[in-house]
Design a protein around this ligand. Structure first.
Ligand SMILES: Nc1nc2c(ncn2[C@@H]2O[C@H](COP(=O)(O)OP(=O)(O)OP(=O)(O)O)[C@@H](O)[C@H]2O)c(=O)[nH]1
Ligand SMILES: [Mg+2]
Length: 324
């Protein structure tokens, strides 16, 4: 056994040995796999874990297999965000206000027990939000951690009327316990991190924060490291939140046109910020980039319609016309 397995790994392994149901066993193995350092020395062990997971998954009866599948929400749209936070902070209200999904919103804590996905429209694209059960003193269930690990980014929802600073710090600690860090928040020992997530801190119930007193405290302490936005999820002016969510994903929209035609603004190619012309062409079709003789560009070119080089870095809203 490689010597550098961490205490977290050994704990997950202990849990695995004690697990009673097959789903629990799979969960523990998945946790072991996700926290195991990835290098040549662990190749064999990781392959072994994958085989065990596959075997156990195959052995599930139909009902349990469906249960497991429903916990892994398929990614849709331009990006997937997990909406997480302490009990009663307004996570479900946010998903209900921004999407057509209808998770239950209620004044008591621990209302949400399941994950509910919904699609949020932002201009001409859709972004997937997943409402999740609250993170609290109880260790989170494996499938919630799975959703968090798989998401492209996180919306951390906290309640401005109820000591939001300690809510935020509790969530950061909970994630760290599971070896997940937040971008720009440096933990004492970076080596321990397995995943680093971009996050937007949604400071909800702004209507209850008199003179923005609590929000200002948060801004002072975390404002230079985390993106914070103050909102009222029940209110109507959520455009600032939609924009902040779009920016969090760090994506650009590129439009294609044929010579003499008009760009199709309904159906953008969505790419990570910093993508090049060549990457945009490749995302249309893998041969497209290879066959491309030249391309014209409108937007970030020196002038509209000029030829752009393969390594030209595109900007949100650029139009390209690829010649093969
Ligand atoms: N005043 C005020 N109340 C809000 C706001 N957003 C949500 N609430 C209320 O806060 C309570 C909790 O909202 P939920 O959306 O159910 O909270 P949650 O985070 O999903 O809660 P759990 O599922 O239990 O973790 C409900 O009574 C909401 O009506 C807001 O902007 N202002
Ligand atoms: Mg809820």
């Amino acid at each position: 056994m490689p010597a550098n397995l961490t205490p977290q790994y050994l704990e997950a392994e202990r849990n695995f040995r004690m697990a009673k149901t097959t789903l629990e066993k799979i969960a523990c193995l998945e946790e072991m796999l996700s926290i195991m350092p990835k290098h040549k020395g662990t190749d064999h062990l990781r392959a072994d874990l994958r085989t065990k997971i596959a075997k156990l998954t195959q052995s599930l009866d139909k009902k349990t297999a469906t249960q497991r599948a429903s916990m892994m929400i398929e990614k849709m749209g331009a990006g997937q965000l997990a909406v997480i936070g302490p009990p009663n902070s307004g996570k479900s209200q946010i998903v209900a206000s921004l999407t057509k999904a209808t998770p239950t919103v209620a004044s008591y804590p621990f209302t949400t027990q399941n994950a509910t996905p919904g699609m949020m429209a932002y201009e001409n694209i859709k972004i997937q939000l997943i409402d999740t059960p609250p993170l609290s003193e109880q260790p989170p269930e494996w499938w919630i951690l799975n959703i968090i690990r798989r998401a492209d980014a996180l919306l951390i929802v906290i309640d401005l009327s109820n000591d939001p600073l300690s809510q935020l710090e509790t969530i950061i600690d909970k994630l760290l316990e599971k070896k997940m860090g937040l971008w720009q928040i440096e933990p004492a020992d970076e080596e321990l991190l397995v995943t680093v997530k971009k996050a937007l801190v949604v400071c909800n119930k702004k209507d209850l924060d008199v003179d923005s007193e609590n929000f200002n405290i948060l801004k002072e302490i975390y404002g230079d490291r985390l993106k914070l936005v103050a909102i009222s999820a029940q209110g109507r002016k959520l455009d600032e939140l939609r924009l902040a969510i779009f920016r969090l994903l760090d994506i650009i929209r590129i439009y294609t046109k044929v010579p003499g035609g008009k760009p199709d603004y309904e159906d953008p190619i969505v790419l990570p910020t910093g993508s090049t012309l060549e990457e945009a062409a490749a995302s249309v079709h893998k041969d497209f980039a290879r066959k491309m003789k030249y391309a014209r560009i409108w937007g970030s070119g020196k002038h509209d319609g000029v030829m752009a080089s393969r390594d030209h870095v595109l900007q949100d809203g650029d139009v390209i016309e690829v010649h093969v």
